[in-house]
Design a binder for this molecule. Sequence first.
Ligand code: SF4
Length: 356
Amino acid sequence: MTAAAAAPAAPPRTAMLEVADLSITVRRGADRKPILASVSLTCAKGEIVGLVGESGSGKSMTLRTAVGLTPEKADVSGQVQVSGRDVLGASPKELAEVRSRTASMIFQDPRAHINPFQRIGTFLTEGLRLHQGRSKAEATRMAAALLAEVGLPDPDRHLRQYPHELSGGMLQRVMIAAALAGEPELLLADEPTTALDVTTQAEIMSILLRLRRERGLSIVLVTHDLDLAVACCDRIHVMYAGSIVEAASATELARAPQHPYTAALFAARPAPDRAELRAVSGRPLGLYEVERGCAFAPRCPRAVDVCHDVAPRTRENDGHRVTCHLEESAEAGQGAAEASGTLTRPLTPLTKGERS
Ligand code: SF4
């Protein structure tokens, strides 16, 4: 009897976005303000990766840097690659190509990113004519098809409308249609549902999940909504003060958050079975305010002396990355959860089938 042949190893998934050791310091006169420190993350083809954290934690800055939108007068180090192309060293022409054909962004407030005096049709066909050399008739047909794809019921009428004639949810669909016009492989979604009501949020997220399935899109989702990230993402990175403090699969993060900050975020979620809201105590710090030690130390219920003096190292175990001094990091997370409130409401990540 011959030994069974070993199963062939699964081919490595192509990384659509690779950020490695990204640090940014903004210069203001003689002042130097670090805003990102050693951020590393990847998003593979067809994957949805979440970036979660409070306002000012560096989520949006990380996302914008992925398409070369760095602040003026900034020192940027590290590596950013989109579909294998270097972004930080790219020329303006190369960056324009990446933004028009490979990676598109969706922003939180669609009204802030669309000319109120321009018809929806003009807004959508402009890029198709400019970047793809389509004729007016062809661009109009394509724009109508894109509006239909994002679930707008009467595309021809919407093309003739102005932004003020559409609701926030409809306008966000227009923005998604615009983002799809260049047939990107990577969608960078910066709080795409934050300004919307709960029902519309769900509709927009189901459109994004469908697009991922039908077009094989990779999506990086920036959100402060941990429930949303757990439900929709394959993997989640938690950011605090310009750094990633924990990264794991959505299922693993919901099952056993290991960093005290992640645990405190979970504990701060509103729950139907308790009346009071629990906030993470204290004020979030910017990276530039941290002189030494762990940035979370002033708010951390598990902080010990060393936390205030020495920055913690990052440890990785089975794909779960945590930056914390506490060795028993699962206990660290649980201890923090107990100190900030209990994890009373179970999180329910979508199954792989439901997510796709
Ligand atoms: Fe808390 Fe210390 Fe861990 Fe920072 S290093 S999260 S202060 S226990």
